[in-house]
Design a protein around this ligand. Structure first.
Ligand SMILES: [Fe+2]
Length: 445
């Protein structure tokens, strides 16, 4: 009998192996933060490149401040390293637009602080009791801090995409598309599935608990909507035709003068180009479209005679295995992401052509659900039935409601530690600086 291989499940690790796993994830994550902050000189680290973003140096010190609060003070029970800067690096006390005016630590002070906190964290990790308290059970709080840093690494990558000064970022091209043509859409039959998780050790509160959801039959695009598809919508006058836009979408389109995805420009000969981390590159027809807001995604879908999937539809298509009648951790199974399965972790800095990851397809045959581009859904960010705040209100609870919409699946800028089949991201419908695209659906009846 072949035993199924499983990904790293912190529940299953011995105490020593769990500590080693946490240490290697902390170190791996930090290498990314260091690369993102070493990529530019001091003036570009401390300045604000967009009112939507913090100075890079704020993100970096905020990462360390959260690490200090949770791991050094709470878990370690140790004295504060810098309690005097807590307020300055509190995201709720200081809106992004106000952060450049704060008396922030300089780049070298920040690096010193980041290093000092990390040294103490590794000492705490060596001795902390990991069991007997929900916060530390299976290393949860370390996993939460690792994911927090990875999320800020994606935010810092978005800042690099927005900045107009300093050196461009370079990265190797992602893998090419497979030659085999894929069907345009996949049928997901009606029936219940298990949404969310009660067992994933490092899952955050909003992903919990596992619960059964009935989903009607629907068709879902096999791959995300591509630049070529999207350019056809533009060429057909999609941005100027109110019929395709929701009322709030049309209002926003007028206010923000939307006419193409963010960072796109058109040559005199009609060809599209896009700015990508300081490089001007041709828009590739076979790549998933990127930097569109929810309203643009909805307008495209309406133009195509389709709609966006709900969050439950997306997760069923991604996780449900009709043969074993259980939900997988990832579309391909329970094993952790690898470079063969998904474009994650800022390795390529752009989405891969549609159909590039056959090894990452779901049980139903839907491709590229994890990695490449975040996918807008038609669902507002709401708690699941049975939701419990953990470990604090500001993680998810304060964001629930009708203001934010859910995005799923992660992008090329998302790390594997901060991405899984149950992971929920949320943002305002107008946001375009995030690495978001979408795919469309339709009812099967
Ligand atoms: Fe944060």
């Amino acid at each position: 009998m072949i035993r199924p291989t499983t990904g790293i499940d912190p529940h299953q690790l011995t105490d020593d192996t769990l500590r080693e796993h946490i240490a290697s994830e902390l170190i791996r994550t930090r290498l990314r933060s260091v690369a993102l902050t070493d990529a530019v000189d001091e003036p570009d680290l401390v300045s604000q490149h967009s009112p939507l973003m913090s100075p890079l140096v704020w993100d970096y010190a905020h990462i360390a401040n959260q690490e200090e609060i949770w791991l050094v003070r709470d878990v370690g029970g140790r004295e504060a390293v810098r309690s005097d800067i807590d307020d300055m690096y509190d995201a709720f006390k200081n809106p992004r637009a106000d952060r450049p005016a704060l008396p922030l630590l300089s780049a070298s002070q920040t690096r010193g602080y980041v290093g000092e906190v990390r040294e103490k964290v590794l000492e705490v990790l060596g001795t902390a009791e990991l069991n007997g308290r929900r916060l530390t059970e299976s290393g949860f709080v370390f996993g939460m801090v690792i994911q927090h840093e990875q999320q800020h690494d994606e935010t810092m990558l978005a800042t690099h995409q927005l900045r107009r000064s300093g050196p461009p970022l370079q990265a190797p091209a992602p893998r090419p598309a497979i030659a085999t043509p894929l069907p345009a859409e996949v049928l997901i039959p009606a029936g219940p599935f298990t949404m969310g998780t009660s067992t994933e050790a490092w899952a955050l509160d909003n992903e919990r608990p596992a619960h059964t959801v009935q989903v009607e039959a629907f068709y879902l695009d096999t791959v995300p909507v591509t630049n070529g598809d999207y350019a056809a919508f533009i060429d057909d006058g999609g941005y100027d035709d109110q019929r395709w836009w929701t009322a709030s979408g049309w209002q926003h389109r007028n206010r923000a003068k939307l006419s193409a995805p963010l960072f796109w420009s058109r040559d005199a000969d009609g060809s599209w180009w896009r700015r990508s981390f300081g490089n001007l590159i041709p828009v590739r027809n076979d790549e998933p479209v990127l930097h569109v807001c929810l309203f643009e995604a909805q307008a495209y879908a309406a133009w195509a005679g389709r709609r966006l999937p709900t969050e439950a539809e997306w997760e069923k298509a991604a996780r449900w295995d009709p043969a074993s009648r259980r939900s997988r951790r990832y579309p391909w199974g329970d094993e952790d992401p690898t470079p063969e399965r998904a474009n994650l972790g800022q390795q390529h800095l752009r989405p891969a052509p549609a159909g590039s990851y056959p090894a990452g397809a779901s049980a139903y045959g839907v491709h590229q659900l994890i990695g490449d581009v975040w996918e807008w859904t038609s669902s507002a960010f709401q708690p699941y039935a049975g939701f419990e705040v953990f470990p604090y209100d500001e993680y998810s609870k304060v964001f629930f409601g009708e203001s934010y919409y859910v995005l799923r699946g992660g992008s090329f800028g998302t790390d594997r530690a901060a991405c899984r089949g149950t992971f929920r991201n949320w943002d305002f419908p107008i946001r375009r600086q995030i690495f978001a695209g979408f795919r469309t659906a339709r009812d099967a009846s």
